[in-house]
Design a protein around this ligand. Structure first.
Ligand code: TRP
Length: 338
């Protein structure tokens, strides 16, 4: 049997935070070492462009995300780690797929619909306000990312499930029209990965500005952890672990025994200040070595660039011949070659 292909993309907006780490980065890095699977991981910088970030932010975020994944031990020998924009076959395939995508399908995308809804409820009632064609066609670019590498499995967060289904719909329509050329993908959603709360108790997210950057320098890390919201219970009062952001973050990093020990400390009335110190030391000890490597990579981006170029060359070993086959299938051919 041929190896199953797994593929996932990371949009290059923002600085990696501990919520990203436990939700996506850590499981992907584990999977990247699994020799039984063929894994593709890429930095979706064209998707970042659709969000209209400023140019310096896009390139800085690409560097930070790539450096973080590498510093944490992404296995780039076993898996393929690359940047979307280094693969010109992806935008080329995007256009071919655009020709096979019903406008009505794109009308149904949740992210697009939410943007229209916000406009309709807004002051000037223009449903199209601020909506670019990139936002509208976003799922087609994502379909090209997936279909370009014949990925059968696409690990994503729940919010991306519909996009993967759209990729499947587009591939189905393509195959119906042109023959069996594309592989139909499906999403893989891990319901067990923790979703962490941020400093203010809401979901940790860049859009809420409540994140703890994974590689914040030690002092900053300590300062941020000290800011995590708690209730007003006094030292000595028994405390519930449920609903405690400090506890949830600790648990996401610690072993079952370590977690059980902290549960007992909660029951015994640990002071919030002491728990914050415990959490800080725990994370700082675990992250320390990777942080040193991260800082080395950020200081010398050429190391990261070289890794990405190696990854791109390997990705294109798949993309170039496959796109040639797809072009041929749709009738984009050297004259006289059919
Ligand atoms: N849209 C995804 C997100 O915002 C990132 C992404 C881009 C992706 N292309 C992909 C994920 C292909 C999986 C497969 O999270």
């Amino acid at each position: 049997m041929t190896q199953e292909i797994f593929l996932t993309g990371i949009t290059t907006t923002g600085t990696p935070h501990i919520g990203n780490y436990v939700g996506a980065i850590r499981p992907s890095i584990e999977a990247s070492k699994d020799a039984a699977k063929k894994n593709f991981y890429f930095l979706a910088d064209y998707h970042a462009l659709a969000k209209n970030e400023d140019p310096d932010k896009i390139s800085q975020s690409t560097l930070e995300i790539a450096a973080a994944w590498l510093a944490l031990g992404m296995d780039t020998g076993n898996s393929v780690f690359y940047r979307q924009s280094d693969i010109p076959e992806i935008p080329e395939l995007t256009w071919i797929l655009t020709s096979m995508t019903a406008k009505g399908l794109m009308n149904r995308a949740h992210s697009y619909k939410a943007a229209v809804q916000a406009n309709v409820e807004g002051d000037d009632k223009d449903p199209d306000k601020g909506i670019t064609m990139a936002l509208y066609s976003y799922p087609i670019l994502m379909a090209a990312d997936i279909l370009m590498f014949k990925a059968g499995k696409v690990p994503v967060g729940r919010d991306q499930k519909q996009h993967v289904e759209m990729a499947r719909d587009i591939a189905q329509r393509f195959n119906h029209h042109y023959g069996d050329v594309l592989v139909l993908p499906e999403s893989v959603i891990d319901d067990h990965t923790a979703v962490l709360a941020g400093l203010d108790g809401r979901k940790m997210s860049k859009s809420y500005n409540n994140t703890i950057p994974l590689f914040a320098p030690e002092k900053k890390l300590r300062k941020l952890i000290m800011k995590i919201k708690t209730n007003s219970q006094e030292p000595g009062e028994p405390k519930a672990t449920e609903g405690s952001t400090l506890f949830d973050i600790y648990k996401a990093f610690a072993s079952a025994e370590e977690t059980a020990a902290v549960e007992k400390q909660y029951a015994d009335g640990i002071a919030w200040g002491a728990m914050k110190q415990t959490l800080f030391e725990y994370i700082n000890d675990r992250i320390g070595p990777a942080r040193a490597e991260y800082e080395r990579l950020i200081a010398d981006p050429s190391i990261v660039e070289e890794e990405l170029q190696k990854g791109a060359a390997r990705a294109r070993e798949v993309a170039v011949p496959y796109l040639a086959q797809i072009r041929h299938a749709v009738g984009i051919r050297a004259l006289g070659s059919d």
